[in-house]
Design a protein around this ligand. Sequence first.
Ligand code: IPE
Ligand code: IPE
Ligand code: MG
Length: 239
Amino acid sequence: MGTAVNKPGRSELPRHVAIIMDGNGRWAKKRGLVRSAGHAAGAETFRKITYYLSDLGVEYFTVYAFSTENWKRSEKEVSTIMALLKKFLLEAIDTMEKKGIRLKVLGDTSRLSPELRALIDRTDEISRRIKSGLIANLCINYGGRDEIIHAIKAWEADPERGELSEESFSKYLYTAGMPDPDLIIRPSGEYRLSNFLLWQCAYSEFYFTDTLWPDFNEAEMDKALEAYAKRERRYGNAK
Ligand code: IPE
Ligand code: IPE
Ligand code: MG
């Protein structure tokens, strides 16, 4: 676990940073490579940024890795992404404890392979043993609308459910117990949410950059954090 670094202009560090990891395909195309090479490069960036945010002292880091809509892609591309996720989880099993990073997978895991689900069970088990440090949320087969429907069903099925309120409802979401994202970053020049954290983004600050995800790095993260530090969050209040 790292300690917060006080760089100029970073008066306020977000507790929860979320990123839509986009632009892998275009990054590969620009280099005359196959799309899977872009996904491999994007996975490296994810590793690098996770360690960076952990060192800075950010508490939660949520990344969008595979959406409920991404199954529309070719079987070849989907299997490449699933293979990269497997590789990532295997590495995480070896390194999480040493690095003090808890890993949680958010999404409907029922559609994932039994092999991936078993790895997720193992990372969950390891995460339970880690008592402090960054919580990294990896969104796989995640969709914001799917999450809300899933939560409604879970609420309905819960005999202990109390009065429905924004607060009580949040407990049935995949992000139960976590603060909403303070900062949502989308690279690659797209200006949309693509079904990411629809409930949780109500008062998030947004940061967009044209940089493609595999080219995103610590300096780009610093720029996003500096922009965030200058924002004034009002939550509907008057100044
Ligand atoms: C993001 O990169 C990764 C996933 C959605 C799985 P893309 O594959 O969407 O890359 P572009 O948008 O085609 O460049
Ligand atoms: C969003 O990116 C999903 C992930 C990054 C995992 P997409 O590339 O799938 O989004 P659209 O299709 O451009 O909206
Ligand atoms: Mg994309």
